[in-house]
Design a protein around this ligand. Structure first.
Ligand code: F6P
Length: 556
């Protein structure tokens, strides 16, 4: 039997939005603000200590109800329930996606194949707590009986970006004794930089890999073990210095990690959703168990909000729907994440993986090619640095990128009136994106500066800022563990909302496999003894590049 065709574009809900778009697409946000003095309060909502100001969007009071109709027609309410209750929402891999179980604070059981996963989740949390307590309180020490001073987390992708973001974001909560380093890339320079200055006697390694089969992670772990053995450590000391987090215990054991040092994760947790599991160990080691619990608590509060709040007041739903509005109606290709907080500088990279690996798909879950746009390009960086770099394109470029400004109202480090300056930069950017500058305003400015009519005629159009460029501002009192947990969970759910609306599976990532497969072939060619041993199957470009590398290697 034929699978049902993709009917997204022809659905009555999509067509209703299309008609609405045609009436409102020319509206200017400037005028909407003039007409609606309480627009800030109308398009504003709070959940789990976060507040979302979404008033600077190209929406009227009719837009959200229509978007919500679309979400309902795409079975979003059913999908949310299916995800939280452990149904097989990751259909291509026949698995649930239960990262929410990792921060589940209620007594309700969560069943996978009829078995409640919560006892195992809680037992692992207890093991993590004990492990961190022993390290932080210097009961578990290195081979020369010195306390640990440094932790190296070895992992890539989801086993890297999430924990790195969270531990960076929560640096003010780090204990004094332990420093945390991340080793991800298969790059000798990365390895050298991380190990430089570390003392093997006081360094603990955590090998983080759900599959325990990722080339970069295994190679880095092997090299770190060798460095440890070459610098005073003995084979018998390895269990004190090497731990692992994985769903593949046998492989970790085969690698030489002792079983009691292996923390489990489960196949129902996707890599990019795994920082709430034992993959969060480096975070717990630095901020301590209590703060880690607060981090989980923040995410849990966002989960409860997402699961129970009506869509009109549901933050992840609204953020997801606004994204759909711009991508599928205004043809936006990208979305910028702009945190105005030094500690949140890792946020764009984490959201980039979360969003692009989840929704960077062009076939739906029934196997039909999409005839509409899905996941956007996610990019961004910390403000105000970005204002002196890529914000130019945001203000005047031919590309159109909705933005999320992320802003703590209080800083961890008050210095003079730095924070007021940082905040004023953030608020004035979203204001400028919304207002822009008209031709008349540009002409007036130039006239006031004493320019001639001819000069004004050439320069004024170049100084016009179109404005009407949408943004959200997400703000909170302070970047506490609870707030950071809620913030990351918010984006996870936003991505899920969009994936459901587009009909893609947000929990698989087949696209990354091909590069891995071909990588082995290329590696064999780079290492081949003789040119004649290189497979003739390469295209001329790849072969030319392989030969360039081999020629250079032969000269060394
Ligand atoms: O790059 C693809 C990916 O599979 C990510 O989804 C994952 O987080 C990463 O590789 C690392 O995988 P693992 O934790 O199994 O080493």
């Amino acid at each position: 039997m034929d699978k049902p065709e993709n009917t997204f574009l022809s659905s009555p809900e999509f067509l209703a939005l299309q008609r609405h778009f045609e009436t409102v697409s020319d509206f200017k946000m400037r005028s909407l603000f003039d007409e609606q003095s309480d627009r800030f309060n109308t398009f504003n909502l709070s959940a789990a200590e976060l507040t979302l100001d979404f008033s600077k969007n190209r929406i009227t009071s009719e837009t959200l109800p229509l978007l919500i109709d679309l979400a309902k027609s795409r079975q979003l309410p059913e999908a949310i329930e299916a995800m939280f209750s452990g149904q097989l929402v990751n259909k291509s891999e026949k698995r649930p996606a239960l990262h929410t179980a990792l921060r589940h604070f209620s007594d309700e059981p969560i069943l996978v194949d009829g078995i409640d996963v919560m006892p195992e989740v809680r037992a692992t949390l207890t093991r993590m707590k004990e492990f961190c307590w022993r390290i932080r309180n210097q009961h578990w020490r290195g081979f020369s009986n010195k306390p640990f001073t440094d932790v190296v987390s070895i992992g890539i992708g989801g086993s890297f970006l999430g924990p790195k973001l969270a531990s960076q974001a929560l640096k003010p909560y780090w204990g004094k004794n332990i420093n945390c380093h991340y080793l991800a890339n298969i790059d000798g320079s990365n390895l050298t930089e991380v190990l430089q200055g570390l003392n093997p006697e006081t360094t603990l390694f955590i090998v983080q890999s759900k599959s325990f089969g990722t080339q970069e992670t295994l190679k880095n772990a092997t090299e770190c073990r060798q460095w440890f053995l070459d610098n005073g450590g003995q084979e018998s000391d390895l269990p004190r210095h090497f731990t692992a987090v994985t769903a593949n215990v046998d492989k970790a054991k085969a690698f030489g990690i002792s079983e009691e040092n292996i923390f489990p994760m489960w196949d129902w947790v996707g890599g990019r959703y795994s920082l709430w599991s034992a993959i969060g160990l480096p975070l717990m080691l630095t901020i301590g168990h209590e703060n880690f619990r607060q981090f989980l608590q923040g995410a849990y509060e966002m989960d409860v909000h997402f699961r129970t709040a009506p869509f009109e007041q549901n933050m992840p739903v609204i953020m997801g729907l606004l994204g759909v509005w711009y991508i599928n109606f205004f043809n936006a290709q990208s979305h910028a994440i702009l945190p105005y907080d030094h500690y949140l500088r890792g946020l764009p990279a984490h959201i980039q993986q979360l969003d692009m690996e989840s929704n960077g798909k062009s076939v739906d879950t029934n196997g039909h090619p999409l005839d509409y746009q899905a996941g956007p390009i996610i990019w961004g960086g910390v403000g105000s640095n970005g204002q002196h770099a890529y914000h130019q394109l945001l203000h005047q470029g031919t590309q159109f990128a909705p933005c999320d400004f992320i802003l703590p109202l209080m800083t961890h480090n008050p210095v003079d009136h730095f924070h007021e300056l940082l905040v004023s930069n953030c608020l004035s950017q979203s204001q400028a994106l919304m207002r822009g500058k008209t031709l008349e305003e540009a002409q007036e400015e130039l006239k006031a500066a004493g320019m001639s009519e001819d000069e004004i005629a050439v320069l004024a159009p170049q100084k016009v800022i179109p404005g009407n460029r949408p943004s959200n501002t997400l703000y909170f009192d302070k970047a506490t563990p609870k707030v950071i947990g809620a913030l990351i969970a918010l984006y996870e759910h936003k991505v899920f909302v969009q994936g459901q609306i587009w009909g893609v599976n947000s929990f698989d990532q087949w696209g990354v496999e091909l590069g891995k497969q071909l990588g082995d072939q290329v590696h064999d060619a780079l290492m081949a003894e003789r040119d004649a041993d290189i497979s003739k199957d390469f295209d001329s470009s790849t072969l030319g590049l392989i030969n360039a590398f081999r020629n250079m290697k032969n000269k060394l």
